[in-house]
Design a protein around this ligand. Structure first.
Ligand SMILES: [Zn+2]
Length: 442
């Protein structure tokens, strides 16, 4: 009896130990593998330019997709060494136009010495902020798309339309080797995309921001020529004088646009912006420039951003006639960075009114989780969304970050864990609503 009791006692202890160790390992596993740690692991992969580690990022995302289950993956490569990962959650009616969720794999570089935590450590501070390059732009959305699908699958949700996630390279350097080639591919055409979401920006307020268009970047170079001469001589038509006249005219245009913003009549992204970014002139010497020579050539570079509705031909006429007229011995060159109109010649913007049924579904999905949207905006910068819009696809730029400082491309980029987690819930609502919506004509 005593022996039996002791044996029984031992077994109980053994069982208790076994149970507690199982519980412990489950807790540890949970601690090591939860939405936040999975996000941190993605952030720790250094995909910053100029040497983004795309292959590690792609492997990691495939492992995440596999852990969710039911997700197909395909790696495309339109430019050597620049993979594009395509994940697909098949819908029950896969012949219907699909939903595409886009995110870029790369990020801009980070100056480690200016950061309070190393930019690829993904350090989570005691107040919940996760510090990493890419935390806001835009690794958050890639992982939130996946986590939302993970949760929806766990709840046995089945999409009607197929849902694709494209994880594209090189967005931060123009997207020419990534999204620009992707939209021209047979693989893209086969997706039959009806509606897409791409990155947006953080909101400092309590409402989410949403973007229906990007501005259109042009690089403008104005080159002046003129009579060279002694620095002491006053004469007309020197290269410097010719260039400075151009700079004056451009500056006046800049002021006129900026005044509209200052008067509160438009947002920054609703006007044409032009900013001088370099000046090149002078006759070089060993220790600087010849101070007594008026050079025969001078050049200035401008970052010009058109609104989606700016008439590009009208803009070119203005540049030719007013900013860089040949009569003043000035010439110009415009380098257009991406498309200006869609394949039907329409401005690259997505309607945010009743005419666009996708907009109504999008808005409803946000309000149904108790969230608010601020007035739809034009993005002041540029994203891969423009390549999708060029194909006539409605695209909204959206990153669910509110009460968050705007830190994309900045030092100490970070995102709060609670904001990240809320974003997953928002995407659950968006993905389930958009993929179940069957009334859109396309
Ligand atoms: Zn981005």
């Amino acid at each position: 009896m005593a022996r039996a009791t002791s044996q029984c006692g031992l077994s109980l202890i053994h069982l208790t130990l076994l149970l507690s160790s199982t519980l412990l390992s489950a807790t540890l596993e949970e601690q090591n593998d939860n939405p936040i740690t999975r996000f941190q692991r993605y952030l720790q992969i250094n995909t910053a330019h100029p040497t983004p580690d795309y292959s590690s990022a792609v492997s990691y995302l495939i492992s995440q997709a596999n852990s969710i289950g039911g997700i197909l993956h395909k790696t495309l490569e339109f430019s050597p060494g620049k993979p594009l990962l395509l994940l697909t959650w098949p819908g029950s009616h896969s012949s219907l136009p699909s939903i595409l969720l886009n995110s870029h794999l790369d990020s801009v570089p980070a100056e480690s010495s200016k950061w309070t935590h190393p930019p690829f450590s993904a350090t989570r501070t005691s107040d919940g902020n996760i510090f990493a390059r890419g935390a806001q732009d835009d690794k958050c959305i890639a992982m939130q798309y996946l986590e939302a699908i993970r949760n929806l699958r766990n709840n046995n949700f089945v999409p009607v339309r197929s849902v694709h996630i494209s994880l594209v390279p090189d967005e931060e350097v123009g997207g020419f080797a990534g999204a620009a080639k992707f939209v021209e591919s047979e693989e893209f055409q086969a997706l039959n995309v009806g509606f897409a979401l791409d990155e947006g920006q953080a909101s400092v307020g309590d409402e989410f921001r949403v973007f229906y268009a990007d501005r259109i970047p042009w690089n403008l170079k104005i080159k002046a020529k003129g009579q060279p001469g002694h620095g002491s001589k006053l004469y007309d038509n020197s290269a410097m004088e010719n260039l400075m006249k151009s700079v004056e005219v451009v500056s006046r245009f800049r002021e006129s646009q900026f005044d509209v913003v200052k008067a509160g009549k438009a947002m920054n992204s609703e006007v044409v912006s032009v900013n001088p970014v370099y000046l090149k002139a002078g006759v070089p010497t060993q220790d600087g420039f010849a101070m007594n020579v008026q050079p025969s050539e001078a050049e200035a570079g401008f970052d010009l951003r058109l609104t989606p509705t700016t008439d590009p031909e009208e803009m070119k006429r203005r540049i030719a006639a007013e900013w860089a007229p040949s009569v003043r011995n000035v010439s110009f060159e415009i380098i257009e960075k991406g498309p200006i109109r869609d394949y039907l010649g329409r401005p690259l913007l997505t309607a945010t009114n009743d005419s666009n049924p996708w907009w109504l579904v999008f808005k409803q999905a946000i309000t149904s989780v108790g969230e608010k949207l601020s007035k739809p905006e034009i993005l002041p910068s540029t994203t891969d969304a423009r390549y999708l819009r060029q194909k006539g696809i409605p695209v909204l730029g959206f990153s669910p970050m509110k009460n968050t400082p705007i830190l994309l491309h900045d030092h100490n980029e970070h995102l709060r864990d609670t904001v990240y987690m809320k974003g997953i819930q928002v995407y659950e609502s968006l993905i389930s609503s958009l993929s179940s919506f069957t009334e859109a004509s396309h």
